[in-house]
Design a protein around this ligand. Structure first.
Ligand SMILES: O=C(CO)COP(=O)(O)O
Length: 249
C-alpha cells in the first residue's frame, strides 16, 4: 500500500484579515514539518500576504475560463503566477450558493491543472441525501463528472476532499467510522478503474474538524488529513490539528 502524505488544509472562506495572516502564518512556521503538507486557502485578496510567509497557499475556487471579459472571475493562470499551488473546486458552498454544477466543477478542475495548480475536488452529500441512502451515488456522480471529462489519470495530480454538507459549520462532525466508510467507498471505486489512483490519491475529510476530533479522524486508514473551516481561523486549534496529522499529540 502506498504511503500517502497527510495534508492539513485551512479554508478561511470569506473570513480573516491581514492581521490574521501574520498571526497564523507565524504559528504555522513554528510547527512546520516535512511529514505533513499545510496549505492555507485565504480569501483571494490575501493570497500574496500568505505567500510572503513562505506558506503553501491555494485559492477557494478558480474560473473555468481563460483570461478575457469575465468581470469578477478568478484566473487560474494569475493565481499560479502569484504563487498559489492548489485550488479548491466544487466546495459545497460554491455548488449550493453559486449554482456550480458537476460539469462546471469538472471544467474548473481542468482549467486548474492546465495552469499548473493542483485541484482539491470537494464532494459530499446533503443530510436529505444521506437519509435517503444516496451518499454513495451522489459522491460517485460528483467524481465521475471529472473522470468522464478528463479520464481517471487526471486524478493522479489532484486531491479529493469528502465534506458531508450536513457536517459543515454545524458542529456535527461525521464519526470516524462514517467518514472512513465513505473514504473507503471512494478508494474502492477508483481502484476498480486504476489501482494506482486508488492507492495513491490523498482523500481529506472536512466538516466540523477541530482540535478535539482531528486525531480520531486522521488515524482512519483511508483518511489522509483534513480540510478545516472554522478551526483554521484560530492559531492554537489549527496548529494542534496539524500536529495531530503527524500523530504526535
Ligand atoms: O467547509 C469546510 C472546509 O472546506 C468545513 O468547514 P467547518 O470546519 O467550519 O465545518
Amino acid at each position: 500500500m502506498a504511503q500517502r502524505k497527510p495534508i492539513v488544509a485551512g479554508n478561511w472562506k470569506m473570513n480573516g484579515s491581514v492581521e490574521l495572516v501574520s498571526e497564523i502564518g507565524s504559528a504555522i512556521n513554528e510547527c512546520k514539518n516535512e511529514q505533513v503538507d499545510i496549505i492555507i486557502f485565504p480569501p483571494a485578496p490575501l493570497l500574496l500576504k500568505v505567500v510572503e510567509f513562505g506558506i503553501s497557499v491555494g485559492t477557494q475556487t478558480v474560473s473555468e475560463f481563460n483570461s478575457g471579459a469575465f468581470t469578477g472571475e478568478l484566473s487560474a493562470e494569475l493565481a499560479k503566477q502569484l504563487g498559489a499551488t492548489h485550488t479548491l473546486v466544487g466546495h459545497s458552498e460554491r455548488r449550493i450558493i453559486f449554482g456550480e454544477s458537476n460539469e462546471s466543477v469538472a471544467d474548473k478542475f481542468a482549467k486548474a491543472q492546465e495552469n499548473g495548480l493542483i485541484p482539491i475536488l470537494c464532494v459530499g452529500e446533503t443530510e436529505q441525501q444521506r437519509d435517503a441512502q444516496e451518499t454513495e451515488m451522489v459522491v460517485a456522480e460528483q467524481i465521475n463528472a471529472v473522470i468522464s471529462k478528463l479520464g481517471i489519470a487526471a486524478l493522479l495530480n489532484s486531491v479529493l476532499a469528502y465534506e458531508p454538507v450536513w457536517a459543515i459549520g454545524t458542529g456535527k462532525t461525521a464519526t470516524p467510522e462514517q467518514a472512513q466508510a465513505v473514504h473507503k467507498f471512494i478508494r474502492d471505486m477508483l481502484s476498480k478503474q486504476s489501482e494506482h489512483v486508488g492507492d495513491t490519491l490523498q482523500i481529506l475529510y472536512g466538516g466540523s474538524v477541530n482540535d478535539k476530533n482531528s486525531k480520531s479522524l486522521f488515524i482512519q486508514p483511508d483518511i489522509d488529513g483534513g480540510l478545516i473551516g472554522g478551526a483554521s481561523l484560530k492559531a492554537d486549534a489549527f496548529v494542534s490539528i496539524c500536529n495531530s496529522a503527524l500523530g504526535n499529540v
